[in-house]
Design a protein around this ligand. Structure first.
Ligand code: NAD
Ligand code: UD1
Length: 336
């Protein structure tokens, strides 16, 4: 298959490109490089032993998309491109509706007109919102608590409407839990600009000496050690879930919503301890206040992915910590 990957230079997209190339697919990347480096393309090629095609393009550039689709036929589309910082989405909602919602609408329009029938969309567990009870199944009510989450829900609804209107179209929205880790080669990984918002990249930057200490956001949660619980998933497992979603769309029509998580919860202090143990490093840290909007406990019901995709995670918390640290040590300043 020739697969179009939007946002393929980003964290999850780059790992998925590697898995697709390794499985023998041809890959075309579209990315506007707003949150990634052009260097990623060569890293992907070195690991996979095959070259992806790359186009620097914004998914909101309708004329650019038209030229791309007119030149080349695609069997499938994986749509990663978008913006993803919760706090920024509250301060600048239009950036989120423009990139995530308008961008998706323009992209799907071009894809449909050019005969693409299989779509995979990067959604997020954030669509469930703060009140959802874990383990969270796909039929839980959706109540996203911020513009980022609402933009993801809107695109899910847009895709479902497109599937209803176009019986030949098949789509999966994959709801990711907390992707962490890096490719075991240490050559691609997560490279956030500025100070990271998320726990694992923050922890890595403390370990490598770029940040002085980690603040644990709240140790008064009603959990065994008082810190909040999440479902961390290795990015390579997550990437492989996308290939399984393709296989599924070979067999099944219509629109599907599927969680990608391990189904297991890990607390902040458990992750910290695993990172120190596996990597033999000390992470200076202190207890701080809860972060507004954080949930106590969020982890997936991963049964639907197992039953429908035949997919479940293989890599452990230790693998996540080891690979995240390997990437950070080899690339202390990311791709810079
Ligand atoms: P990322 O920022 O590393 O990758 C996104 C890529 O899209 C970047 O390379 C960026 O340059 C590109 N991009 C952004 N806007 C674009 C546009 N308008 N046109 C073209 N390219 C554009 O993020 P990621 O962590 O790899 O996330 C990928 C997707 O998965 C996003 O849609 C995100 O919302 C979703 N997601 C991520 C997480 C997570 O924790 N990383 C969790 C749930 C869902
Ligand atoms: C965040 C996003 C969520 C997104 C998810 C993707 C917010 C409010 N939510 O969720 O929309 O889908 O990332 O992975 O931004 N922590 C610390 N210290 C830190 C950083 C984090 O203690 O410096 C804690 C947090 O309070 C949380 C846990 O670590 O309990 C994980 O945090 P994070 O990696 O930001 O993920 P989420 O909160 O799940």
């Amino acid at each position: 298959m020739r697969v179009l990957i939007t946002g393929g230079n980003g964290y999850i997209g780059s790992h998925t490109c590697i898995e697709l190339l390794a499985a023998g697919h041809a890959v075309t990347i579209v990315d506007n490089l707003s949150n990634s480096s052009p260097a990623v393309v060569e890293r992907i090629a070195r690991i996979a032993g095959r070259q992806p095609e790359f186009h620097q393009l914004d998914v909101r550039d309708a004329a650019g998309l038209e030229r791309l689709f007119a030149r080349q036929a695609f069997d499938a589309l994986i749509h990663f491109a978008g913006v993803k910082a919760v706090a920024e989405s509250v301060a600048d909602p239009l950036k989120y509706y423009s990139n995530n919602v308008c961008g998706s609408a323009l992209l799907f329009d071009a894809a449909l007109r050019h005969g693409v029938t299989r779509l995979v969309f990067s959604s997020s567990a954030t669509v469930y919102g703060e009140a959802a009870r874990s383990p969270i199944g796909e039929d839980a009510p959706l109540a996203p608590a911020n513009p980022y989450g609402r933009s993801k829900r809107m695109v899910e609804e847009l895709l479902a409407d497109l599937c209803r209107a176009n019986p030949g179209l098949r789509a999966v929205a994959l709801r990711y839990f907390n992707p962490v880790g890096a490719h075991p080669s240490g050559r691609v990984g997560e490279a956030p600009g500025g100070i990271p918002d998320n726990l694992m990249p923050y922890l890595c930057q403390v370990a490598v000496g770029r940040l002085p200490e980690l603040t644990v956001f709240g140790n008064d949660y009603p959990t065994p050690d008082g810190t909040a619980i999440r479902d961390y998933i290795h990015v390579v497992d997550l990437a492989q879930g996308h290939l399984k979603a393709f296989d599924y769309l070979e067999r099944e029509g219509g629109m599907h919503f599927i969680n990608l998580g391990t189904g297991r919860g890990t607390s902040v202090l458990e992750l910290l301890a695993a990172f120190e143990r596996v990597n033999g490093v000390r992470i200076p840290h202190r207890m701080g206040a809860r972060r507004p909007g954080d949930t106590t406990e969020t982890y997936a019901d991963a049964a639907r992915a197992a039953q429908q995709l035949g997919w479940s995670t293989r890599l452990s918390l230790e693998d996540m910590c080891r690979d995240a640290w390997c990437w950070q040590k080899l690339n202390p300043a990311g791709y810079a």
